[in-house]
Design a protein around this ligand. Structure first.
Ligand code: ADP
Ligand code: G3P
Length: 497
């Protein structure tokens, strides 16, 4: 490895923009972070202001460099990782978005999805993209923007507009509006990228009525995506991956059978399944896992839409906590059994249920229930949702996971981690660096610019803690049955107009 060099990972998450500085041994040196606005125009709609995303992302980069980097020429490369699926369309010439970005959690296109299902498109979508038809993915969000923003479809047909997920949007801005690119992991979340042939699926685009001229060029994840000119220096962008695939890479799940679970806004478990595409029989999706030149692996994914977001709801919606970290002690304060159950189906349910019409609910309330019970039930919902996914994944894989690698903001919570180990009855391994997402982007960028090799990276993975189950199996199974009962009662709640 070359000393004296840095990699900067830009981690564009659902709730914040982060910039993370890594040294030449892939250690985290410093982090800058800024939250940005969550816009909820109607029930079930979630938007982001793309200009605010670009501004916060640039600001954290600038602050990081000003505080910690003496010579900009020491920045060997930039890696980008991002919330996936979030959909933006902007003007090719001015770079102005035609509308706020529609966030992955936005369910306004549920009825479009129903129509696609009624047209019998499920098998075609699944065989080509590995996905289920759901409002989660970019395709129906693009259709909504083209059909609802005045003049958009006409402009798109004339080639005047560009579509991109947040990685494309950042590269476009970083390169002075020169590059319109994405990587395979992000492309695989659109619902019209053929993950076997590695190309946009023309026949799906035709059925969906999405003009191909909107689409970015797709590259592998450690390609050269363009250059960012900063203070007179050209910094190459040599790594891009969707945040969950980046975390898979950051946790060094390089081989088939290795899995990780990331607890951020949502919760996403990915298992590397090797070079052969395998479809799930148990409600998971298949996606591009690792896409390097000469090394390509698929992953099975269980996507849970609301995890840390439920903790944010306690803070911003109910206002019963001020900081997410308070939840650990509040949950520990409740000594009695786990009889309050919270199902955070705020935006429907993702894997393995795929119910766009489910909504959140709290069960088991009694006269002595207080806010601490609700906090505890909220944390526990993350662990139960993870058990839902692990069961599906083990059935698909045909063997049992011996331990679970975790990362993401919410794994700082020791109560949650212990309860997770208890409810799964397996060890939960928390790494020293819980920023696996940024780490993955940095690994990719460093590979892309030749700062290190895959073999060198394998030497660098330190554990912070291993949580071992202490709860009896019978108790864990009983609690999980209670959870399953609660989930059933939240399903199919909202009625289609
Ligand atoms: N100590 C904690 N306990 C529980 N949840 C937490 C804790 N710290 C952060 N979180 C939750 O984790 C999420 C932030 O994690 P992060 O990985 O930064 O997410 P994202 O990349 O989706 O923005 C927030 O939703 C927050 O509520
Ligand atoms: O922002 P995160 O970390 O919750 O990740 C969001 C996912 O990429 C959505 O698919």
């Amino acid at each position: 490895m070359k000393s004296g060099k840095y990699i900067i990972a830009l981690d564009q998450g659902t709730t914040s923009s982060r910039a993370v500085l890594f040294d030449a041994l892939a250690n985290v040196v410093a982090i800058e972070q800024q939250e940005f606005s969550q816009i909820y125009p109607k029930a079930g709609w979630v938007e982001h202001d793309a200009n605010e995303i670009w501004k916060t992302q640039l600001k954290v980069f600038e602050d990081l460099v000003a505080k910690h980097v003496e010579n900009v020429s020491d920045i060997a490369a930039i890696g980008i990782t991002n919330q996936r699926e979030t959909t933006l369309i902007w003007d090719r010439n001015t770079g102005e978005p035609i509308h706020n970005a529609l966030v992955w959690q936005d369910t306004r296109t549920s009825d479009y999805c129903e129509r696609l299902k009624r047209k019998g498109l499920e098998t075609k979508v699944r065989d080509s993209t590995g996905l289920v038809i759901d409002a989660y993915f970019s395709a129906t969000k693009i259709i909504w923007l083209l059909d609802n923003v005045e003049g958009a479809r006409e402009r798109a047909e004339k080639g005047e507009l560009m579509f991109g997920t947040m990685d494309s949007w950042l590269v476009y801005n970083l390169t002075g509006k020169k590059q319109h690119v994405t990587d395979m992991t992000n492309a695989s979340r659109t619902m019209f990228y053929n993950i076997q042939d590695h190309r946009w699926d023309e026949s799906l685009l035709k059925v969906l009525n999405i003009p191909p001229s909107l689409l970015p060029e797709v590259k592998n994840s450690a390609a050269h995506f363009g250059d960012f000119e900063y203070q007179g220096h050209m910094i190459p962008i040599t790594g891009i991956a969707g945040d969950q695939q980046a975390a898979l890479f950051g946790q060094q799940c390089f081989e088939a059978g290795m899995a990780k679970n990331t607890y951020g806004t949502g919760c996403f478990m990915l298992m590397n399944i090797g070079k052969e595409m395998q479809l799930s029989d148990n409600g998971l999706i298949t996606t591009v896992g690792i896409a390097l030149d000469g090394k390509f692996n698929y992953a099975l994914e269980g996507s849970v839409f609301v995890a840390g977001a439920a903790v944010q709801w306690l803070r911003d919606g109910l206002k019963i906590i001020e900081k997410a970290s308070e939840t650990e002690q509040l949950a520990k304060d409740v000594i009695e059994a786990h009889d309050v159950v919270m199902v955070p189906a705020f935006v429907g349910l993702g894997a393995p249920y795929w119910d766009m019409y489910a909504r959140g609910a709290v069960f088991g309330l009694t006269r002595d229930t207080n806010y601490k019970h609700l906090v505890k039930a909220t944390l526990e919902s993350l662990a139960y949702q993870t058990r839902d996914i692990i069961i599906a994944m083990q059935k698909d894989a045909g063997y049992e996971l011996k331990s679970l690698k975790v990362d993401g903001g919410a794994v700082a919570n020791n109560y949650l981690m212990q309860f997770q180990a208890d409810i799964l009855q397996v060890n939960v391994e928390r790494p020293a660096v819980i920023e696996s997402t940024a780490q993955g982007a940095a690994y990719l960028a460093g590979l892309g610019c030749g700062l290190w090799t895959l073999d060198e990276l394998s030497a660098y993975r330190e554990l912070d803690a291993v949580f071992e189950p202490v709860m009896k199996k019978e108790q864990a199974d009983k609690l999980y049955r209670q959870w399953q009962k609660a989930v059933k009662r939240t399903m199919n709640w909202v009625e289609d107009d």
